[in-house]
Every structure is written in structure tokens, then in C-alpha cells.
Design a protein around this ligand. Sequence first.
Ligand SMILES: [Zn+2]
Length: 139
Amino acid sequence: MIKYNLICKCGNTFESWFASSLEFDFLLKKKIIKCIYCESSTVRKTVMAPRLTRKSNQILKKTKLQKHIKKQLIDFKKHIEKNCEDVGERFPQEARSIHYDKKTSKGIYGKATPEETSELIEEGIDVCTLPWVRDKPEN
Ligand SMILES: [Zn+2]
């Protein structure tokens, strides 16, 4: 015998016993299984009651971690915006001029393509990339 939790289109759930899952499928097809509340035959098996498996725990932890990382990135971004100059698209040129001219020790930030970034790194220029989080989610 096998017990299924069934849900009807009326929203009520109930339990029923069947000889086997095959018998359940057969009875369902023949519309013999009826809701005990409204007698509709539009019933289906409900998803098993959610259990906290190790897997779902991991998902939960990961989500928390992502939130934590995002918060750190937002804090870091605020710090950069407060202390460094936004040079936007001119970032590769500005980074080079700081590196070669050594005129200033100010921090800069801006945009660079992955190619430009790897060129800068090859030239020994100290740059780092980070995912630029938005304070507000995109629409
Ligand atoms: Zn029903």
C-alpha cells in the first residue's frame, strides 16, 4: 500500500491509500479518484512535504552568503566612490599615466574592457576588477 497526499482543484488536500503508484495512475485516468470535499475528479498528487535535506540547506546558505557578499560589494563601492575619482571610460589611460608618471597617488576607478584590463596587468599596473553592484535592482 502506498499513501498519497492529493490536492483537488478546489484547493482542499486529502490523503488516500492505493495498492501501488500504477493503480493510482489508472484510477486517476479513469476519474475514479474523487475529491472528498467536492467530488471533483480533478485531483493530483501534491509535492511531497518539503524536507530540509542537506541540499536545500546548502542553497539557503549560499543565498545568505550572496547577500553578504553583495552588501560588502556595495560598501566597497561606496568607499571607492567616496575616496577615488571616477574616470569612466578613460580608465586605461588614467591608470597608465598614474603608473608611469607617478604624479599622483590618488585612486581612480572606471570602466575597462577585459582586454584593456589584461593589458594593464601585463604592463605591471596594479588594477583589480570587481563586479559593480547596483544599489537598486535593475528594472
Ligand atoms: Zn475538491
